[in-house]
Design a protein. Structure first.
Length: 426
């Protein structure tokens, strides 16, 4: 089991490395190196998200119907091809197609690899594996962005070729690790003792999603996860840096420092947080995440009333507090989705949740742009406090709903209940 987990974690690092080499620089590459204009630069981010929203639920369904490892491997290989396509694009239209494919492949691999984790790892170890996987993703993204910053030349149309090739190599290495992990996994036929899951897998697409929508725990988890995505992740790359630079008037280096501190806190605290929270309900931890992020936003609200030098310190501190919430959020989402998913639809549920979170996150820059451009930083902060409060309420109601349906497994319903709720994962 541990060998499979290590392979999946290594695959996460390698794939995230490929992502980090490309995504942070694609806007500047399109605008400054290719000279296609700011509108084209904005379109690349939009198309990346559109590709992700379309592909995530499809990949989840495929992971339920077929071998999850093979689906994840295929997604990584497509991402490698898309990376090369970004470099070979001779026009903005070709680049748009490649970035949409890139977004689809990168995002689609997530639900498939999560299902692979659930198939490979025993219930008591799942939170730890998801935690280490999240840490590997954060490290890979950070390393990729750092290396990319040193090898690219945004003044030349060919200045990102090295990054594109290295990105493709990272995805191919990730595919190799995932293939090895899938070969070690228990075959699906041996882990499905009855035909109930197969019957569910054969349902039509729309009927499947109607089945998900009828489940109150699934609806509550979707609401909580979307609110948490909107309450922080949607603003991480665009809104919060803009808030810092325009409203707090801090130096650009402060934004970089805050991002680095965020990553370091995740790496430093992930194992400890998992150990401390290991016997707590996942739904309760989602409520704690929302509460922690409320504190972070309140810190940012306070920073609006102090000098820019002190505000810089508070901004970095807020990013550290955000990271504490992230260390609880990432390990519980996968097992929790598996616990509330209808039989045979774990991948579908994970894919649907990923698509919803991505769609919500895509609106983040628009919200930030409107409020900050209108000089409404207080409204910007209070809006996100309210969004996280919604996540807290939804998570607490989810805990109640799960306790009512399976009280014997509370508070560890997300780990232990899978034995009875979805035999194909254990």
């Amino acid at each position: 089991m541990l060998g499979r987990a290590r392979l999946i974690i290594a695959a996460s690092f390698a794939g995230s490395l490929g992502w980090g080499l490309v995504l942070p620089f694609q806007y500047a590459y399109v605008v400054n190196a290719r000279h296609w204009g700011a509108t084209a630069g904005v379109m690349t981010g939009t198309l990346f998200c559109i590709g992700a929203v379309v592909a995530a639920p499809l990949a989840g369904r495929l992971a339920d119907r077929y071998d999850a490892g093979q689906v994840a491997v295929g997604c990584q290989l497509v991402a490698a091809v898309a990376s090369i396509g970004l470099g070979m694009a001779s026009s903005a239209a070709m680049f748009f197609a490649a970035i949409a494919l890139f977004g689809a492949a990168v995002t689609a691999s997530a639900p498939a690899s999560q299902v692979l984790v659930l198939e490979c790892v025993e219930p008591p170890e799942r939170r730890s594996v998801f935690a280490y996987q999240f840490t590997a993703l954060a490290l890979g993204m950070a390393v990729g962005a750092f290396v990319g910053g040193h090898v690219i030349d945004l003044s030349s149309p060919g200045g990102m070729w090295t990054a594109f090739w290295c990105s493709a190599a990272g995805f191919m290495v990730s595919a190799a690790f995932l293939y090895a992990a899938s070969r070690l996994a228990v075959p699906r036929a041996q882990t499905m003792p009855n035909g109930s899951d197969e019957l569910t897998l054969g349902a039509g697409g729309l009927a499947t999603y109607r089945q998900l929508a009828r489940s109150r725990p699934v609806r509550l988890l979707a609401l909580a996860s979307m609110a948490l995505a909107a309450g922080f992740y949607a603003q991480f790359e665009t809104g919060l840096p803009a808030f810092a630079l325009e409203s707090l008037e801090v130096a650009p280096s402060t934004v970089g420092t805050a991002a680095a501190v965020n990553c370091l806190v995740i790496v430093g605290l992930q194992w400890l947080v998992v150990r401390i929270t290991g016997h707590h309900s996942s739904a309760s931890l989602l409520a704690v995440v929302g509460s922690v992020w409320v504190v972070s936003w309140l810190l940012l609200e306070g920073a609006l009333f102090i000098t820019s030098d002190k505000a810089a310190v508070v901004f970095v501190l807020a990013f550290a507090v955000f990271a504490v919430g992230e260390t609880m959020y990432a390990p519980v989402l996968g097992p929790l989705a598996a616990a509330v998913a209808p039989p045979g639809l774990v991948g579908t549920t994970l894919g649907a949740l990923a698509a919803l979170r991505t769609g919500v996150s895509a609106a983040g820059p628009l919200v930030a742009g409107v409020l900050l451009a209108s000089d409404l930083p207080h409204v910007f902060v209070v809006t996100h406090v309210a969004i996280n409060a919604i996540a807290v309420v939804a998570a607490l109601r989810l805990k109640q709903a799960m306790s009512a349906t399976e009280p014997e497994n509370d508070p560890q319903v997300d780990n232990g209940a899978l034995d009875s709720r979805r035999g194909s994962l254990v």
